[in-house]
Design a protein around this ligand. Structure first.
Ligand code: NAD
Ligand code: UGA
Length: 454
């Protein structure tokens, strides 16, 4: 069997590496129009940082895992084609700022329709609005030529930073198809691929629309929990309650559960906001105004949370950060990834730059060029300095803003006593991830602030 995956990004790369690792007899080719990305997948420095990914890629690369820019050949030779291209929020025209931009998906469908000479199973791996499969199928079928295309939905639930473990042992694999026999045969073919390593009871099959909508719903529910606890963090700061204690207490209720209740500077990442806005757009489209408003409030609360920390920093620093050096610990949207898309750090840094601060930024994995780009700065801008470690960043700083929960920033891995001696006084510490014990930091000499803590 031959598998082709269109899109060699954070989803296409890791998912296909896992399939290739687990199914030695299946040839997997990952293709992309971005030649630099493909070259990086073939090198020692992969374009995506994920713990365990390089090892998995190395195990299969050249054996049954290939990376290529020759999209046409890979389509032609494949039995199953995964579409794993980006589906960003539309920035123009109808639905701008909310709807998903499906132009990349549509281009894939047209390219497959033009190039394929034999029957294919097309798998939507990208996150898509409900009923996209219908449009994909119409485009594929419109070109005729006697080939048959089965379109399935198989959304991806991996989280960055834990992608390889998530793929190894997923909570579930979801496959949506149509009721007819040909579609069900295609569903079974895909089930059989996953069944090589995923227990059968974890592979669930539904109709196409349920599968597409489940993906948006899962992300909306996860993000909603974070916004819920973040809303409570603001109340904790006003009342003297401690958000971590509240989260722990409510999380012990098995009906609530403990996961995704970690209050933070706000959720980031390429998907939560985009997928909720997409859901909001869908609801509005179907005239469900109240439902749209309900979900939109999850994003509104997140925007509020991101702004709250920068305001607090300015206010604590005697209402001005102008010309003050502020050390930024972490820039990725979460630990163990080099991804900065929608990172809360971008918003906090922009706010502080607007107030005239000079930022000294250190992130263990993010490419410095990406940081300049995300902050909209020229490469030689003196407004920021990219540092090689947290010690360099903090030297001479008035404050530290810890924005990504990298293990390297835990008190057992960073000598904060040493750092404190080299800072301006009072030395302020803002823990945007509640990663440290604020009392310990105070004992060291910091004026410490956390999220949802007085
Ligand atoms: P990405 O931007 O990292 O990768 C997408 C890749 O597709 C890019 O490299 C781009 O060059 C390529 N591409 C676009 N159009 C193409 C075309 N016509 N032919 C060939 N290549 C093309 O995106 P991603 O983070 O991997 O996300 C992909 C999809 O998966 C999105 O729909 C996203 O919502 C979903 N998703 C992402 C995650 C995640 O953790 N990042 C998790 C689950 C689902
Ligand atoms: C999320 C989902 O968890 C995945 O299931 C989904 O496949 C993926 O989106 C997607 O569709 O792209 P991801 O964004 O990679 O995965 O990472 P998460 O662990 O969900 O974290 C998202 C953001 O929420 C991060 O900024 C993280 O720091 C923040 N977060 C997470 C919190 O602030 N508190 C928490 O308790 C959990």
């Amino acid at each position: 069997m031959n598998i082709c995956c269109i899109g060699a990004g954070y989803v296409g790369g890791p998912t296909m590496a896992k399939i290739a690792q687990k199914c030695e007899d299946i040839q997997v080719t990952v293709v992309d129009i971005n030649a630099a990305r493909i070259a990086a997948w073939e090198s020692e420095k992969l374009p995506v940082y994920e713990p365990g990914l390089l090892e998995t890629v190395k195990e299969a690369r050249g054996r049954n895992l290939f990376f290529s820019t020759d999209v046409d050949s890979a389509i032609d030779g494949a039995d199953i084609i995964f579409i794993s291209v980006n589906t960003p929020t539309k920035t123009y025209g109808i639905g701008a700022g909310k709807a998903s931009d499906l132009k990349y998906v549509e281009k894939c469908a047209r390219q497959i329709a033009k190039v394929a000479k034999t029957d294919k199973i097309i798998v939507e791996k990208s996150t898509l609005p409900v009923r996209t499969a219908e449009s994909v199928k119409r485009i594929l079928d419109a070109y005729g030529n006697g080939r048959t295309f089965q379109v399935l939905s198989n959304p991806e639930f991996l989280a960055e930073g834990t992608a390889m473990a998530d793929l190894d042992n997923p909570d579930r694999v979801l496959i949506g198809g149509e009721k007819d026999e040909a579609s069900q045969k295609a569903v079974q073919t895909l089930v059989d691929v996953y069944a090589r390593w995923v227990p059968k009871e974890k592979i669930i099959t539904t109709n196409l629309w349920s599968s597409e909508l489940s993906k948006l719903t899962a992300n909306a529910f996860l993000a909603q929990r974070i916004s819920s606890i973040n809303s409570i963090s603001a109340l904790c700061e006003a009342t003297g309650a401690d958000v971590d204690e509240v989260a722990y207490a409510i999380g012990l209720d098995s009906r609530i559960g403990s996961k995704f209740l970690k209050s933070s500077v706000g959720f980031g990442g390429s998907c939560f906001q985009k997928d909720i806005l997409n859901l909001v757009y869908l609801c509005s489209h179907f005239g469900l105004t109240e439902v749209a408003a309900y979900w939109e409030s999850v994003v509104t609360m997140n925007d509020f949370q991101k702004r709250r920390l920068s305001k607090r920093i300015v206010s604590a620093l005697f209402n001005t950060v102008s010309d003050k050096r502020i050390a930024v610990f972490g820039f990725a949207f979460k630990k163990d990834t080099n991804d900065t898309r929608e990172s809360a750090a971008i918003h906090v840094c922009k706010d502080l730059l607007e107030e005239g601060a000079r930022l000294a930024i250190y992130d263990p994995k993010v490419d410095p060029l990406q940081i300049y780009q995300d902050l909209g700065l020229e490469l030689n801008s003196e407004q920021i300095t990219i540092c090689t470690d947290q010690y360099e960043a903090a030297r001479g700083a008035h404050a530290i803003a810890l924005l990504t929960e990298w293990d390297a920033f835990r008190t057992e891995n960073t000598d904060y006593a040493q750092i404190c001696t080299e800072m301006e006084k009072p030395a302020f510490f803002f823990d945007g991830r509640n990663l440290t014990n604020l009392d310990e930091m105070r004992a060291i000499g910091f004026e410490s602030h956390g999220i949802g803590k007085v």
